[in-house]
Ligand binder design. Sequence first.
Ligand code: SF4
Length: 117
Amino acid sequence: MTEKKEVSPKQESFIDERKIWADIEAASTSPPELVQETLDKARESKGLTPVEAAILLANTDKDLDQVLFETAIDVKKKIYGNRIVLFAPLYISSECANQCLYCGFSTSNKKLKRRTL
Ligand code: SF4
């Protein structure tokens, strides 16, 4: 059974794009010691903050890149073992407050009839 529900035009994205870009910009000048510290934390498999992820993504040191790849393999093995894990979203609604450019569920798509199962 489906129920039609309109998305309020007042809904706004909770994503702070300015902060994301500021974090990415700040991370671009991270010294190798900070990258190594972040990799040490990543190896604990307890997750990273968005700023820490930006630090790793901005790294240009080839040696640290190799450490990053090894760390990623270690974390993957620790969490998933020797398995391949696939994720598939199960949509129960076409409502969304975000505006991803590639997605038909984007809140800016006013032509879509929103439905919730
Ligand atoms: S991909 Fe589509 S459904 Fe997912 S958050 Fe972006 S706009 Fe919403």
